[in-house]
Write a protein that binds this ligand. Structure first.
Ligand code: ADE
Length: 335
């Protein structure tokens, strides 16, 4: 496998290359997704064809990009990595598509951010491996049809609802990546610690696994931060005491919430009397982008049952009040 192309935007940071699983056997969790993908890949290999276009969706850091790399490796093909916002004009997409070779994988992260014109251009490319280019202007305008090499598109998105149905329907299979189980996260932390060459106690693994949002990227990031704490404040070993110290310093609580998560919950409770509150008003109050709340903070708060989404807006649940130590719906606390 070789990798061509740019890396996705900085906020959708890629997992540290050394920690990224290199083989299926190393990829922990998401068993159903893996099982289905293996069938798709093996069947395609047997038929000596390319697999269907694939779509992955789920919260950031759950392993969508990693899966695309593993598929390319399994198929021994090139993978070209890009992201929706990087493909600004039809010409950018045309350049990408015409530079592919037969059997290549094109991975488009944040595919929901592809422009409408690019999206329309990609339909015939996905369906018939044809590129319809416009030449000339006005009455002289005509379409030129270019034949493309047969490729597999792997799209990834954190916002499946923003994908138009014509685009969604052109993928042969769609997979949702879920938050990991605590057991799987523990295995991932153990594996990463081994690769990083850092000693970690079982209690510390347990402690981190409960505070990393059930997300491998977060677990790996926290592990690296704790390695620093262990080196500076301890004897290099990550034990529970170092983990407690590190999490305290990072402002991460026992549910894995960061200050930004708590600020969102406190805003709903204290500024909007527990909700319901619209996403725009909430974003303006906490000073975050709407997309950041929707893609990064909200899915985990929903998963924990601290937040509820209703037709009329977001509501803080009783659990949120308890977690923040706010007793009644009328209480006022400063934040
Ligand atoms: N690192 C990030 N995601 C992983 C996964 N699913 N399995 C193993 N290591 C990982």
């Amino acid at each position: 496998m070789s990798v061509k192309g740019e890396t996705p935007r900085a906020t959708e940071e890629t997992i540290d290359a050394v920690l990224r699983p290199q083989k299926w056997e190393e990829y922990i969790g998401q068993e159903r997704v893996k099982k289905n993908l293996k069938v798709i890949i093996e069947a395609a290999k047997k038929r000596k064809e390319n697999p269907d276009h694939l779509l992955f969706y789920g919260s950031p850091g759950l392993g969508k990009t990693t899966l695309a790399y593993l598929i390319a490796k399994e198929l021994k093909t090139n993978i070209r990595i890009t992201a929706g916002p990087m493909i600004e004009k039809p010409g950018d997409l045309a350049a990408l598509l015409t530079n592919l070779s037969e059997g290549d994988i094109l991975f488009i992260d944040e595919i929901h951010r592809l422009s409408k014109t690019c999206e329309e251009l990609i339909y015939p490319a996905m369906e018939d491996f044809k590129l319809h280019l416009m030449a000339g202007r006005g009455v002289m305008a005509r379409t030129i049809e270019l034949k493309l090499p047969k490729f597999t598109l792997i799209g990834a998105t954190t916002r499946i609802a923003l994908l138009s149905s014509p685009l969604r329907s052109r993928f042969g299979a769609t997979f949702q990546l879920n938050f990991y189980t605590k057991e799987d996260i523990k295995k991932i932390i153990g594996r990463s610690a081994k690769i990083l060459g850092v000693e970690i106690t079982e209690k510390a693994v347990e402690f981190i696994s409960e505070r990393c949002r059930f997300t491998p990227r977060v677990a790996n990031r926290l592990l690296k931060r704790l390695r620093d704490f262990a080196q500076i404040e301890g004897n290099g070993i990550i034990d529970k005491q170092i983990a407690i110290l590190g999490f305290e310093a990072m402002g991460i609580d026992k549910l894995g919430l960061e200050e930004a998560d708590r600020k969102i919950l406190r805003a709903i409770i204290q500024k909007f009397n527990g909700g319901p509150v619209g996403i725009q008003a909430l974003a303006a109050t906490v000073g975050e982008e709407i997309d950041t709340i929707l893609e990064i903070y909200e899915p985990y708060l929903l998963q924990l049952g601290l937040l509820k989404r209703t037709q009329r807006g977001r509501i803080a649940t009783d659990l949120a009040y308890t977690h923040l130590g706010i007793s009644s719906k009328n209480s006022q606390m400063s934040f």
